[in-house]
Design a protein around this ligand. Structure first.
Ligand code: GLV
Ligand code: MN
Ligand code: MN
Length: 421
């Protein structure tokens, strides 16, 4: 006999199998980067899934977010909103973001089938372009929705020299419409909840079913430009060189060691080092380094750019080079709402699921949505803590646990008093 859980499992499996087919064959794993054809095709498919799950008023908003609503008994009440994303990094996994969107659609089906209407409308959103893109900006859809995309962001240039504004237009979007989203009356939402894979190994190590997210790490990104001296790779004596690439490589270690020195949650990742030359017999006179740092420790996060600027400059000078560091704040540290945290704990306990409080090192659309709504996040375990790679894995049992907790957390938020921002 089919149970509610086995119906959910079958439905979720079928949707995962379909969404996985939208991938760029030029990469291993799963690749649906923002502005790509596989992402465009998947979004058409997703629009249909929103309609098929019984959501009403399904549409794509000016910022490319796919939106639908399950009406509640009181059409005038502020909605409870569920969301995540379905774009991926290159060579990504199957679960990052997708669990949250498909999980939300499953929650909608379960509410419809139970015949018990919520008091409030339940809105579901597949946010546009959450992952970092070559323009260096994460969360395009959620950022725009809360009016946090600035006109100068549209002027950002990718490594091929294209403007973000032009790229959005070529993808069928209207940049002025996106900026206009901030001029209307700001949305008022009762609560925002996001189900996501943990992308780290705390839950697996502690053998817990559910992570109750306490805070999402802040992110600062770095572009460092090194100036040394071009020289002959055969003739220039080692002691006389001003090797800009070596200075950049050494900075990567400075960043790494600085993050390792923090006893709390702090990480630093150098993602690119480039000598900006193709010759193999020239000592690099110029180099660029791109990196990011993240933390939930506000004292560390506040001073990290100042500290690292000083340490990276000192190290560059040891190699006879100058360096110019440009820092960009991607997002501040964001705390989750305490009432929603408690709802997630209560929901987990009502099903006999074990839980623990965890920080999120990954960023999420929830960071931006927290500007307009009380925000909570539910994590389910990632096998080996792996993510942003094809090996990313969350067993079906854990996904179903997450869906049950999400559903119950919605019910509690629907009944409960307004959580405060
Ligand atoms: C997105 O996954 C991020 O944390 O950058
Ligand atoms: Mn994600
Ligand atoms: Mn991601």
């Amino acid at each position: 006999m089919q149970t509610l859980e086995s119906i959910s499992a079958d439905r979720i499996n079928a949707l995962f199998a379909e969404v996985e087919s939208f991938t760029d064959p030029d990469f291993d794993g799963w690749t649906r980067t923002v502005f790509s054809s596989p992402y465009q095709e998947e979004r058409h498919w997703m629009l249909r899934q929103f309609k098929d799950s019984g959501l009403q008023n399904v549409h794509v908003d000016a910022a490319g977010n796919i939106v639908g609503v399950l009406p509640g008994r009181n059409p005038f009440a502020d909605p409870i909103v569920l969301g995540s994303h379905t774009d991926t990094v290159e060579r990504g996994g199957r679960f990052d973001g997708v669990v949250g969107v498909l999980g939300a659609l499953e929650v909608v089906q379960r509410f419809r089938e139970s015949g018990r209407l919520l008091e409030r409308p339940l809105m579901v959103i597949d946010f546009f372009g959450e992952e970092a893109n070559p323009f260096g900006l994460t969360c395009l859809g959620s950022r725009s929705l809360v009016g946090h995309l600035a006109p100068q962001d549209l002027e950002r240039i990718n490594p091929e020299g294209k403007r973000l504004g032009d790229t959005l237009q070529a993808f069928g979007m209207d940049p002025s419409g996106i900026l206009g989203m901030s001029t209307g009356r700001p949305a008022k939402w009762h609560a925002y909840l996001e189900l996501h894979i943990e992308q780290s190994d705390s839950l697996e190590k502690a053998r817990r079913d559910i992570g109750v997210v306490t805070a999402v790490a802040g992110i600062k990104r770095l572009l460092a430009r090194y100036l040394g001296q071009y020289d002959h790779a055969g003739g220039a004596r080692m002691r006389a060189r001003k090797d800009a690439l070596l200075a950049a490589a050494s900075s990567a270690l400075v960043l790494h060691e600085f993050a390792c020195g923090n006893p709390g949650y702090a990480v630093a990742t150098t993602t690119h080092i480039d000598s900006l030359q193709s010759a193999q017999n020239v000592v690099p006179g110029k180099a660029e380094l791109r990196a990011e740092v993240r933390s939930t420790d506000s004292a560390w996060f506040t001073s990290v750019d100042r500290e690292l600027t000083q340490r990276v400059s000192a190290r560059a000078h040891e190699f006879g080079c100058d360096v110019d560091l440009e820092w960009f704040l991607d997002n501040e540290i964001v705390q989750t709402n305490s009432t929603l945290q408690q709802n997630i704990v209560d929901a987990s306990q009502s099903f006999g699921l074990s839980w623990m409080a965890v920080p999120s090192g990954a960023t999420h659309d929830s960071v931006h949505i927290s500007r307009i709504a009380p925000m909570g996040m539910i994590f389910v375990p990632s096998v080996g803590g792996r993510s942003h790679c094809p090996e990313e894995m969350t067993p079906q049992r854990d996904i179903l646990n997450g869906i049950r907790v999400l559903e119950e957390s919605v019910r509690l938020a629907d009944k409960g008093p307004l959580p405060t921002l």
